[in-house]
Design a protein around this ligand. Structure first.
Ligand code: SAM
Ligand code: SF4
Ligand code: SF4
Length: 338
């Protein structure tokens, strides 16, 4: 099949699948508890794609060029039998890489079974080593120890682990150096993510963003860094290495240095909508096609149509201060997956 390209000639390579919109955390920048309270209408079970449905879609995406799958959410480890699902994806010919992004809360329990299922790498989010700051940021008072135990369990099980830290100015920027020192010492890769204006509920302001170049400067002053060449086209993190070590650090400059021109990612929500950007306002429903007897060729046709007309470059437009962007009603991060 001819390689699929969007309007800016970007191929479709990565698929991020949200397996649930629920989460056991209430991170202030993602699912603030004032909005995601006890009455929040999460998706009912019958609306979630089943593993069979997701597998069918992945097989079709592979025919269009997808090689990598990232499982996300909400909190993906809350989806029952996630290990079985990982095992099934691993058997799909053409999938070269499977990863999960998790808050780590359930990792201690699940790390071994995920490894046995064929998972080899995982990204764990952790925003601070200070219980008070972290407890406030995760909205549930969950202590740092819980996540560190999850990370340790994952490493013991044999998984390669990366840690993601979202930096919000005035909230956890004082934790940048302690986090860098701690994970350097352990030889773990830490990646800093610029706080983004995803969704409509986190009250984002540009003032809250600490540009990655300042973080880099701060760390480099104390622990000298050298750049590492990208592994592949479209690599999201700018990678560095602590001089004289093998330990890497990364920067995801989603706000200050947009990387839309190499964005090869499609996203599938837990209820089967296809999105072509994290900042999308709407998605294309695939679930009705799956449940109402569409053939593989018909579904392929729809996905191709969506990708061919794709013009998304939200972060570039944000940098250009494009008018009207702020008024857009975007999809929430916990629904579409990070
Ligand atoms: N629950 C899992 C977790 O937290 O790792 C997976 C889903 S979460 C939406 C995926 C990633 O997005 C996490 O690393 C999280 O920190 C990041 N994230 C969420 N909201 C964000 C925001 N407003 N700006 C930047 N990153 C964000
Ligand atoms: Fe949950 Fe992850 Fe969002 Fe935090 S960032 S609320 S852990 S989905
Ligand atoms: Fe990709 Fe959209 Fe992010 Fe740009 S803003 S990198 S197009 S997801």
């Amino acid at each position: 099949m001819e390689k699929l390209r969007d309007r800016y000639q970007r191929p479709l390579r990565d698929l991020r699948i949200s397996v649930t919109d629920k989460c056991n955390f209430r991170c202030e920048y993602c699912m603030p508890k004032e909005i995601f309270g006890p009455d929040y209408p999460f998706l009912p079970k019958e609306k979630l794609l089943t593993f069979d449905e997701m597998e069918r879609l992945i097989r079709l995406f592979v025919r269009l060029g997808v090689e990598k799958v990232r499982i996300t959410g909400g909190e993906p480890l809350m989806r029952p039998h996630l290990d079985q699902w990982v095992e099934r994806i691993g058997k799909i010919e053409g999938i070269q890489d499977i990863a999960i992004t998790t808050n780590g809360f359930l990792l201690k329990k699940q790390a071994k079974s995920l490894y046995r299922a064929g998972l080899r790498r995982i990204t764990v989010s952790l925003d601070s080593l200070d219980d008070e700051v972290f407890g406030r940021m995760n909205g549930q008072g969950i202590p740092v120890r819980t996540v560190l135990e999850g990370i340790d369990a994952a490493k013991e099980a044999g998984l390669s682990v990366k840690i993601n830290m979202v930096v919000k100015k005035g909230v956890n920027d004082q934790d940048i150096l302690p986090m860098a020192r701690f994970f350097k010492e352990r030889g773990d890769t830490l990646r800093f993510i610029e706080y983004m204006d995803v969704g409509n509920s986190n009250g984002w302001k540009l003032d809250h963003v600490l540009p990655s170049r300042f973080i880099l400067e701060r760390i480099n002053e104390e622990m000298p860094l050298e750049p590492v060449n990208p592994h592949y086209f479209g690599e999201v993190a700018k990678r560095y290495r602590y001089v004289g070590t093998d330990t890497e650090i990364g920067f995801i400059t989603s706000v200050t240095q947009a990387f839309c021109s190499t964005c090869t990612r499609a996203r599938l929500s837990a209820d089967g909508k296809l999105f072509t950007c994290l900042f999308a306002t709407e998605g294309r429903e695939l679930r009705p096609l799956l449940r109402e007897g569409a053939t593989d060729e018909e579904i392929l046709q729809v996905i191709q149509e969506v990708w061919r007309v794709r013009e998304d470059r939200y972060s570039e437009l944000r940098l250009l201060n494009t008018k009207g962007l702020k008024k857009r009603r975007k999809i929430e991060m916990s629904y579409i997956g990070g």
